[in-house]
Design a protein around this ligand. Structure first.
Ligand SMILES: NC(=O)c1ccc[n+]([C@@H]2O[C@H](COP(=O)([O-])OP(=O)(O)OC[C@H]3O[C@@H](n4cnc5c(N)ncnc54)[C@H](OP(=O)(O)O)[C@@H]3O)[C@@H](O)[C@H]2O)c1
Length: 268
């Protein structure tokens, strides 16, 4: 039985995403004296020790002693790491992969019969407002699942999906921030084309998307209801949205998401 406050946790890789997840784990109540980690660069190792009071270790030590082993390296770096982990891995450990595109089967093939969770976080996780997609193999126990969802809550929200839906979910929340950034770019260009300075257009659009996101998150109303509430028949917004419909915005977005999901599947 593992709990966030007392589990021995090993991190293999503490880069951009690893550090965000480490911060979330500490925020969720982990005991830093029970957290060990491995990175490659000595200066990064020293920085993490100074900043969080966590303990450096070798990959072999992490494999043998961790109750939860988090793997947060780039996908191309994982194969030799799994070869180092496999002979020593604590058989009761929960292995959590945060690697984009890597299937649970990759870990099972390398590590044998062990509990594996696969998590796809998105970039707002770096600010504690992420959306993570979780899939687990059949060996993940209830207390291990609670560990994962409990600490992901400190990094934003999480949902569990069957692994077959990871590509579709990745194309939704994983790529989603970039879709919204692209929409902001397009709106800024549209405002500039009508004579507004780029600086002012950026302020108008960014504050508008932040406000709209807050309304979606906090009003309890659907996007459809909120859109209808600001669209009077034949009014200003109505004329703008009519152009979206004529250009089949929903069809275009669905096509983009399908292409992203197909690419995610190809990369596995
Ligand atoms: N960043 C994101 O927004 C994001 C979003 C979704 C998913 N992800 C996933 O998160 C994973 C990590 O991404 P990242 O952006 O955090 O990458 P990153 O900043 O490059 O961090 C990679 C970390 O892995 C360490 N590492 C690599 N090989 C190692 C080895 N053999 N032994 C020990 N440590 C090793 C690196 O150590 P050194 O720095 O010392 O070399 C570094 O701490 C990726 O698989 C990515 O798909 C990231």
């Amino acid at each position: 039985m593992i709990e966030i406050g007392s589990a021995k946790v090993g991190f293999i890789g503490v880069g951009n995403m690893g550090e965000a997840l480490l911060v979330a784990l500490i925020k969720a109540g982990a005991d830093t004296s029970k957290i060990s980690f491995a990175v490659r660069r000595p200066e990064r190792r020293a920085e993490l020790v100074a900043r969080y009071g966590i303990t450096p270790a070798t990959i072999e030590e992490l494999a043998a002693t961790s109750e939860v082993l988090m793997i947060i390296v780039k996908p191309q770096d994982v194969a030799p790491i799994l070869s180092q982990v496999a002979p020593l891995l604590n058989p009761d450990a929960l292995v959590i992969s945060f690697l984009a595109g890597k299937k649970i089967a990759t870990f099972e093939e390398a590590l044998g019969q062990v509990a594996v969770a696969r998590v796809m976080p998105n970039t707002p996780t770096l600010l504690g407002v992420g959306m993570s997609i979780l899939s687990c193999n059949a060996l993940v126990r209830d207390d291990q699942r609670e560990f994962v969802t409990g600490f992901l809550r400190a990094a934003g929200k999480s949902v569990e999906v069957a692994e077959e839906l990871q590509d579709a979910a990745t194309a939704t929340s994983g790529s989603g921030p970039a879709y919204f950034f692209a929409f902001v770019e397009a709106m800024v260009s549209g405002a500039v084309a009508m004579g507004i300075s780029e600086e002012m257009a950026t302020t108008l659009v960014v504050q508008t998307i932040v406000g709209a996101a807050k309304m979606l998150d906090e009003s309890g109303k659907s996007a459809t209801v909120l859109r209808e509430n600001v669209t009077s028949p034949k009014g200003v917004t109505y004329e703008g949205l009519k152009i979206f419909n004529e250009g089949d915005l929903p069809g275009l977005v669905a096509k983009a998401m399908k292409a992203a999901a197909d690419r995610s599947r190809d990369m596995a």
